[in-house]
Design a protein around this ligand. Structure first.
Ligand SMILES: [Zn+2]
Length: 298
């Protein structure tokens, strides 16, 4: 099977034994259980990244995890892979050195996406765009995390870096419509940030005009069924709207979000997606083709 994996966070996808080793090296105490559990909620899920990120504060650790993700992807039949992370969360070296460590580990086997985080100054994403300009392996930018009412910056404030990425032909994806956030966010990501792909997009069906926009603009939704079940957006993987999206003409691919934290891998995620009532072998094949075509060109 030629699986695609376009929505995968480096800091949530290391091998369990690697996390144990890195935590020992870094002197980080691991909780009894690092994995998400069903209904964990988006906030608590994001907190768990604090622990994994604390274990990734050397260029060697980033290189190692990027390398192992590529090896594990190949081992389970993934032929189209993109890995994303936020270099600014690893301030132990310059952002360029952090990105280069990840690219070194990837060694041409995956595209790298650089994430800005909701609430951060847009200048950070502008910095990512600058780094991407000179590195072929960086294929796009993302806006990740979750918007909070306390944030000084909102989604519209990231129009500058995303507009620049658009102008330079870099890939653009945005976490939007996740965690019970409204479909308006998906519209803003497309209209203001030129998003070609949307991460999660689980609230899409709440607004038919946004469904229409997604179809008209040929935007691809990066569906993450297991992750959505764990953060409590859907009660079970079987209630994920993926088959409904596909039947309406929305393009979507199937993704894990986080191999370690979600306790999932591409084989199992695609098996679960196929098990959603309404899914068929043909619709899953369509998702795989979409994933191959939606990969950001380097
Ligand atoms: Zn994500």
């Amino acid at each position: 099977m030629n699986y695609t994996e376009l929505h995968l966070h480096l800091d949530g996808s290391m091998r369990a034994e690697t996390l144990t080793a890195l935590a020992a090296d870094a002197g980080v105490a691991l909780p009894d259980e690092i994995q998400f559990f069903p209904g964990i909620g988006l906030e608590e899920a994001l907190l768990r990244f604090g622990t994994t990120v604390a274990c990734l504060q050397t260029t060697d650790s980033i290189r190692r995890v990027a390398k192992e993700i590529c090896e594990d992807a190949i081992a389970c039949g993934v032929t189209t892979l993109e890995i994303r992370f936020a270099p600014q969360l690893h301030p132990i070296a310059s952002p360029e050195e952090i990105v280069d460590a990840a690219l070194d580990g990837i060694d041409g086997r995956a595209g790298l996406i650089l994430c800005g985080l909701y609430g951060e100054a847009p200048s950070i994403l502008n910095g990512h765009v600058e780094i991407a300009k000179t590195r072929k392996g960086v294929v796009g930018i993302d806006l990740a995390g979750a918007p909070q009412p306390s944030h000084q910056w909102n989604i519209a404030d990231y129009a500058d870096p995303f507009g620049r990425a658009h102008g330079l032909g870099m890939g653009r994806t945005v976490h939007a419509g996740e965690g019970g956030r409204p479909p308006t966010e998906i519209r803003q990501a497309i209209e203001l940030l030129h998003a070609e792909r949307i991460g999660h997009g689980t609230s899409l069906l709440e607004d038919p005009s946004v469904v229409e926009l997604v179809i008209k603009k040929d935007v691809v939704i990066e569906a993450c069924p297991t992750s959505n079940m764990q953060t409590g957006i859907i009660s079970s993987v079987n209630s994920h709207p993926l088959p409904t999206w596909l039947k309406l003409g929305v393009k979507a691919c199937v993704n894990c979000d986080n191999w370690l934290l979600s306790g999932i891998n591409p084989v199992e995620e695609h098996r679960r997606a196929l098990g959603i009532p309404g899914m068929t072998d043909a619709l899953l094949a369509q998702c795989l083709e979409t994933g191959r075509n939606a990969a950001f060109a380097s």
